[in-house]
Design a binder for this molecule. Structure first.
Ligand code: AKB
Length: 315
């Protein structure tokens, strides 16, 4: 039976992934860790430890005493906030990752490291971005993600650490809020639609980015970690996607449920520059053929579910 340690367990992905993993593998088999604690299901439904990933000794000690066989390393600062705190972002994103990789190497365990559409930059082909292509991002977060991908390749080749990862698009969820990302607008729009009937978008109409509903992101992590290692040709991170959207497309879909919903635009320059430097859509053929990646949710199914769940939560 697996023993999985999750870092950044109280973040947007972690707080849903931990519960899903506990359902799949048993609650005592999934150790949630984060730099802070909070009231709620992640902390209450199974083992939890305070861990700052920039403290490598502590991470190694906790992983070793839990007898982890898998690390899912989610602790990171996202793109927009990383632009305002680049040194802090480097320290958390890079030193945290090095500590996680070193822990994986020393304990000989599998590790999942998320990359992002942010690992691409303005010189990358923008549409159907291939798995292997130019990666010259111009944001601190993107530079961290490319460096992280290279480190995963390095640890796989040099030390045979079983590194696995995906390039996440913007993740949309009705549970934990995202924090500090460029794609956060795609979550906020649903909340404002239900609560206010209108939304002011921080990026321009016509800015297309790949997005994915959280249940598909969680299945992708589980399926990739369960995949036969011999089939995986890419150890840095796989392109995955389920829809390429601009704010207008989401607004139109919301209007099918809330006809009076309206959208306005007030561009935040940092977020617009970041979004303009990312691809419009990724080609995820390698993920589909090498480990059977598949997304269940499209825009219409996701929107119906998001609005239902948010309405129920706010009632
Ligand atoms: C962000 O916007 O920073 C993240 C990402 C795409 O990695 N959601």
């Amino acid at each position: 039976m697996k023993r999985i340690l999750v870092t950044g367990a109280l973040g947007q992905v972690g707080s849903e992934l931990v519960l899903r993993l506990r359902q799949e593998y048993g609650k005592e088999h999934v150790l949630a860790t984060d730099i802070r604690t909070s009231l709620g299901e992640v902390v209450d439904s199974g083992p939890f430890e305070l861990v700052d990933v920039t403290n490598g000794e502590k991470l190694l000690e906790v992983a070793s005493s839990f007898k982890a066989d898998t690390i899912i390393h989610l602790a990171a600062l996202l793109s927009a906030v990383a632009e305002t705190k680049p040194l802090f972002a480097w320290n958390l994103n890079m030193n945290g990752l090095m500590n996680a990789l070193e822990t994986a190497r020393q304990l000989n365990v599998k590790i999942f490291v998320p990359s992002s559409i942010a690992a691409f930059g303005p010189s990358t082909p923008k549409t159907k971005t291939p798995q292997t292509t130019i990666q010259r991002p111009e944001t601190m977060y993107g530079i961290n993600k490319v460096s992280g991908e290279l480190l995963c390749d390095y640890y796989f080749k040099k030390y045979k650490v079983d590194t696995r990862g995906v390039r996440f698009p913007g993740l949309i969820s009705h549970l934990a809020p995202p924090g500090g990302g460029t794609t956060d607008y795609a979550v906020e729009i649903y909340y404002d639609a239900v609560q206010k009937g209108s939304y002011t978008a921080c990026i321009q109409k016509g800015t297309y980015l790949d997005m994915m509903y959280m249940p598909d992101a969680l299945e992708a992590i589980i399926n990739l970690m369960e995949a036969d290692p011999n089939r995986l040709k890419h150890r840095n991170a796989y392109n995955i996607t389920s829809m390429s959207l601009d704010p207008e497309a989401i607004a139109k879909e919301i209007q099918k449920h809330i006809p009076h919903f309206s959208i306005q635009y007030k561009v935040e320059p940092i977020k617009q520059i970041i979004a303009d430097s990312w691809p419009n859509s990724l080609d995820d053929t390698c993920a589909r053929t090498e480990w059977g990646y598949n997304a269940e949710y499209d825009l219409s199914k996701m929107t119906a579910d998001m609005l239902d769940k948010i309405e129920a939560k706010l009632e």
